[in-house]
Design a protein. Structure first.
Length: 115
């Protein structure tokens, strides 16, 4: 059974930083594309960043240059380093993997950026 558990969210002032973690079980993160998504109130869920099994990364336009996705294979964990945070980054952040044609999501972690 695939489980994704996010942590690291919180309240931070604009310009600050946070690092989110996604601990996975039931899959090996190094052989799948792992994604980070976010959903703000009243908005659709959007892709923030992803990292493939070949360490190829992809970022949403609004976070390029500020966010960095990485993984630790030994810990089977994916990270999202978020710098220069803006109030518009406020959202629930979710970890995602597609495994055997099914989308799996974590429970989400709230990130709130105050101005």
């Amino acid at each position: 059974q695939v489980q994704l558990v996010e942590s690291g969210g919180g309240l931070v002032q604009a310009g600050g930083s946070l690092r989110l973690s996604c601990a996975a079980s039931g899959i090996i993160v190094s052989i799948y594309t792992m994604g980070w998504y976010r959903q703000a109130p009243g908005k659709q869920r959007e892709l923030v960043a992803s990292i493939s099994n070949y360490y190829s990364t992809n970022y949403g336009d609004s976070v390029k240059g500020r966010f960095t996705v990485s993984r630790d294979n030994a810990k089977n964990t994916v990270y999202l380093e978020m710098n220069s945070l803006k109030p518009e980054d406020t959202a629930v952040y979710y970890c995602n993997v597609v495994w055997r044609d099914h989308n799996y999501w974590g429970q989400g972690t709230q990130v709130t950026v105050s101005s």
